[in-house]
Ligand binder design. Sequence first.
Ligand SMILES: [Zn+2]
Length: 313
Amino acid sequence: MSQGPVWRKRRRVHGKIRASFRRPVTAALPSTTAADTPVPADTRWSPLLRVTVVVHLLAFSLPWFWAGSWRWALAALIANHVLLAAAGLWPRARLLGPNITRLPAAAAARGEVALTIDDGPDPAVTPAVLDLLDRHGARATFFVIAERAARHPALVAEILARGHSVQNHSFHHRHNFSLLGPRGFHRELERAQSQLRALTGERPRFFRAPAGLRNPFLQPVLQRHGLQLTSWTRRGFDTRESDPQRVLARLTRDLAAGDILLLHDGHAARGSGGEPVVLAVLPPLLQRLNDTGLHSVTLPTAFAEATARTPNA
Ligand SMILES: [Zn+2]
């Protein structure tokens, strides 16, 4: 009996998520002004998801009419699921839905890149990262773990006060994030959105999946929350690479305007002297940006300005 209200609530949540698969995506997005919506809402089903629906319909219906087809149906289902799993393991893939890997052309034309810094805030690392960014006049986007942000509200306030952006990197940063279903994704994202709104005054509009891994159930949940999946152009693997030179080389290989670069202030690997790798990488990286005429801006700045300029472009 006592489970009744909880069960009804769960059914409502699940029903809304299922409905978001069917609804036109424009209706699934929260009502925001044009200026509040930095990313074009290309939220149609990806070709792979459409093929998946067709494969499942055929696989479960053909054997009723042609008994000998079950082997083909089974093989098609297995191949389809292998492809879906592979797409979820490829962080920069767009096979499961929209995925930002670069800044808009307008931002690139202005010489902008985006430094994105994940897994913080960390009181032992983030303040030094903020000082380095200030020293070079750079702005960054911090994809924070909301649970950590809640533990360090002053650090979040400091990130904002220095002109940077705080976005959603899930609530717990679970290791099994990519194995969650619609309700699990909803809980992780909604809790993080609420927590970060309470801390920053705004609901985040960009989401980065833990380790960039996901599955087909994530996209409809992102749509419901008005979030845009954001990966990167290049990453330094600075959570496991202890040599700053290697991290720097990965980040600056073919460095160009419009790039989105990934570093970590949380879970940062340590160099031979015990210092967080990100603190050794940032000075030469920021200097390289300055030397090549590039400058780092936040994701909302890069996308909002592109959107604002679109009508006159
Ligand atoms: Zn992460």
